[in-house]
Structures are given as C-alpha cells and as structure tokens.
Design a protein around this ligand. Structure first.
Ligand code: ASP
Length: 305
C-alpha cells in the first residue's frame, strides 16, 4: 500500500506578546519541519525526534533551552515519545539538566518494558549516561524566560499560565505507513515544582497507532489529562471521523468542570492515510506540515479567524 509521508509540527497553543514573537515562532516551525523532513526517509520516529529536538534547541519555544520557569524559578522539563508500529512509548518528567528530553523519552521507549516513565533524580542520571547532561542547568534559562518569569510572578503569583505559546510537538507518517508522536515542554509557566502535566503521559499528551494515526497536544495539562485527549482524538479517526472532525470533537470534549477552568489547548494530528489537522481553542497556535514532494503549509492560527 502506498502512503503519503508527511510531518506536522506545532510551536504551542496560547497567546504571544508581539508580532516579532509570532514571526520567530513561524521561523521555528519552518526550520523544525525542515529538520523533520530531512529525516523522514529514516522513518516517522526519527522525523518527529529531529523536529522536536530542533525546537528544544530553539530558545523561543517553551521546550529545552528557553523553557518556562516553575514557581521557584527552576527549569523542569517533560517529554513524551511514541511509535505507532509497536505502540511503545516513553516519558520523562522533571528533567533539570538536559536540553533534549525528547531523546530521553525515546530511549525509554526502547528500554522498557518496566520504567518507560521516569522522573527525578534518575531522569538526569539517564541524561548523564547518554552523554546529554548539562554541567550547568542554569544554561537552560534565557534572559527572556527570566524576564517573563518576573513579570508573571508580579501579575499572577498564585497560578500557572499559558500566556505565551507553549509545548512543542510533532507527528509524522512515513512511506512504510508508520506513525510516531513526540512532545517536549517546560510545562505551565510558574507551575508548582514537581507538577506533572500531560506531555509525558501517554494517551493525554501523545498517542500513536499505525492502525489509525498519531496526535500530540498542547495547553493546560490538567484538562488534557482528564480527557485523555491525544488518544481520544486518534480513536475518533479509528471510528471513521475525518482528521478535522476528530480534532474538533476531541477539543470540544474539553468541558468545564465545577472545580476547574476550561484550559486553552490545541493539538496536531496525522491519520494513517496522511490527512492532517491542526486545531486549537486557545487564542493562538503556530504550526504547519510538510511533505517530501514540496507541499508545505505553515500558519499562525487565531481563534475565530
Ligand atoms: N501541556 C503542557 C503542560 O500542561 C503545557 C503546554 O502545552 O503549554 O505541562
């Protein structure tokens, strides 16, 4: 059977302070698509890893270097990884001294079966064993994230915030018909230290199944976890929905609960047939897709536009 290889990347759901930031996000998405596309002939898993790793090293996104700071001013990174052929996954949380948590999550996916989800302090030991540990965790903090942290702390000392675009993620379909999903984040700005969002959690932050498709989410982890949004979205494709229909329905199911607020969120999806969707209920989201034949679309999406 012939497949239509494609890679889809997003730079997060939220809202940005300036046009300059928006341009920088779109540049990041385009370059991450280039990185993923260059690796797509090696398989969907390699493509999503390379795309996300590129964004982790790009300091504007909330992933790797330049990630949002927790309430105590520390960087604590989460990531998840899944391949659709085996439905194996890996997840890391609370990474403090590594720019590329996505590579740690991928390693855990291969290393299983017990210990596919790893937290501190062993997760930084894993980074060290892979030669990926930073000598100075403070090097993950940029002037921009320190400045935004100070501003946020003054405005809203009690709460986490998605006030600027967040998590990064990628899904892909390769020529063999395999799908994969990868996600990486610093989590919610000003989050409680030790808090775990959706991104390292299989089913909530990411899901991949060759029989249906692959999805990664971004937004308020507490809400995405409750609804198991990534898996739900892929299952809606399995139940016969189009990519756009499944994305819209999965986001619509993020409902208000009496004890919680609705979380501005987004997702990207690829189906086993190579159909893609990027959707969100946040104010903004950046993302795009590219195919080896040169087709490409990159958008800054706005709610209601
Ligand atoms: N979903 C991430 C979390 O809750 C953050 C985000 O996507 O903005 O940690």
């Amino acid at each position: 059977m012939k497949h239509q290889p494609v890679i889809v990347v997003h730079g997060g759901a939220g809202s940005l302070p300036s046009e300059a930031d928006r341009r920088e996000y779109l540049r990041g998405v385009n370059e991450a698509l280039d990185a993923g596309l260059a690796a797509l002939s090696d398989g969907a898993a390699t493509a999503v890893r390379e795309a996300v790793a590129w964004l982790e090293a790009h300091t504007i996104t909330n992933a790797g270097q330049g990630a949002a700071l927790a309430a105590d001013g520390s960087v604590r990174l989460d990531a998840g990884f899944m391949e659709g052929a085996t439905r194996r996954y890996g997840g890391v949380t609370g990474v403090r001294a590594c720019i590329h948590p996505v590579r740690l999550a991928e390693r855990l996916m291969h290393d299983g079966p017990y210990g596919r989800l790893l937290g501190p302090p062993d997760v930084d030991a894993l980074a060290a064993s892979m030669g990926l540990a930073l000598d100075d965790p403070e090097s993950l903090v940029t002037d921009r994230t320190r400045r935004l942290f100070e501003q946020r702390r003054e405005q809203d000392p009690a709460a986490g915030s998605t006030a600027w675009l967040d998590t990064v993620g990628a899904v892909a379909l390769d020529a063999e018909g395999h799908v994969a999903a990868a996600v990486s984040t610093g989590g919610m700005s000003l989050k409680r230290p030790g808090r775990i969002g959706d991104s390292p959690i299989v089913g909530a932050g990411f899901w991949a199944d060759d029989r249906m498709g692959a999805c990664v989410t971004t937004g308020v982890g507490e809400v995405l976890l409750r609804q198991g949004v990534a898996r739900r979205c892929v299952q809606l494709v399995g139940a016969g929905q189009s990519a756009a229909g499944a994305a819209e329905a999965a986001l619509a199911e993020i409902v208000d609960y009496p004890d919680d607020r609705r979380g501005p969120s987004g997702l990207v999806l690829v189906t086993r047939d190579g159909e893609v969707a990027l959707d969100h209920n946040s104010d903004e989201m950046s993302g795009g897709w590219a195919r080896p034949d040169g087709q490409r679309e990159v958008h800054h999406l706005w709610r209601g536009r």
